[in-house]
Design a protein around this ligand. Structure first.
Ligand code: NAP
Length: 246
């Protein structure tokens, strides 16, 4: 057994890919999600996978995870991956309070409260935190002010937590994926024609001329977690086909 890892938003896309990888590598894995059918199906398919229904828009959710770690894992935790998230188009002229609050809750408030709840466990293990950010937190795109500013905020949280938690022996890094093939755009309710147009556009605007695969994000997250990266903290690693330098 390699260690204990919590992955938020493990019921779909990048989080699900991470869960599959770490289960395969012999880790103890807890994923969170809101879709109970998906959580149950994954737990059935991947023996040993633990699941919790967690909605970061609801108060007190971080305590569910802290209780699980205390009671089921005897307080052992090596890695927390703050991955849960959603994307939404929010033109500034039509922006509203609900959309803003949901965006900042899921990308900033939820990860902050969950990280705080996990620090005592991670201090014991000299563990690490990985925040799944976005190229949108580095580069500006029109009509994505809520999402872009939330991810830019998550990047700054990564830097600040890295400083604050270094004396406790906890490392904090972020992965900033570019456009990656997951259900995220469908989940955002975008029409199929718009999704198709985005995919076409990505072929010419991404320097490496392809969208990312979940395996690209998993491989680079695993590199930070599993390789000899014990002197790496405060890094925001773009995994984006070159978008951040274009
Ligand atoms: N795909 C991309 O192009 C891309 C690029 C850059 C960054 N990212 C980031 O990567 C992360 C994962 O995205 P993905 O592409 O894998 O998306 P996805 O397939 O839509 O999965 C999102 C996950 O987050 C969970 N989630 C959403 N809202 C939540 C909430 N309020 N509370 C708790 N859990 C919530 C979902 O749970 P349920 O489905 O169970 O509700 C699901 O497990 C996100 O932070 C996203 O911003 C994605």
């Amino acid at each position: 057994m390699k260690g204990h890892i919590v992955i938020t938003g493990g019921s779909s896309g990048i989080g699900e890919g991470l869960a599959r990888h770490f289960i395969q590598q012999g880790w103890q894995v807890l994923i969170t999600g809101r879709n109970n059918n998906k959580l149950t199906a994954l737990a059935r398919e991947l023996p040993g996978l633990q699941t919790i229904n967690y909605d970061s828009l609801q108060p007190g959710q971080e305590q569910l995870i802290a209780d699980f770690i205390s009671q089921q894992w005897n307080g052992q935790l090596d890695v927390l991956v703050n991955n849960a998230g959603h994307v939404a188009l929010t033109p500034i002229t039509t922006i509203n309070r609900n959309d803003l609050e949901a965006m900042y809750q899921v990308h900033l408030v939820g990860p902050s409260l969950l990280t705080a709840a996990c620090v005592p466990f991670l201090q014991k293990s000299k563990g690490q935190i990985i925040n799944i950010s976005s190229s949108h937190g580095i580069k500006a795109y029109a009509e994505l002010s809520a999402y872009g500013s939330a991810k830019a905020g998550l990047n700054m949280l990564t830097s600040i937590w890295a400083l604050e938690l270094a004396p406790l022996g906890i490392r904090v890094n972020a992965i900033a994926p570019g456009p990656t093939n997951t259900p995220v755009l469908e989940n955002a309710g975008l029409p199929a024609e718009l999704i198709q147009a985005i995919h076409e556009n990505d072929k010419t605007t991404i320097p490496l001329q392809r969208r990312g695969a979940v395996s690209d994000i998993v491989a680079n997250t695993a590199m930070l977690i599993e390789s000899g990266s014990s002197w790496v903290t405060g890094v925001i690693l773009p995994v984006d086909g070159g978008i951040s330098v274009s």
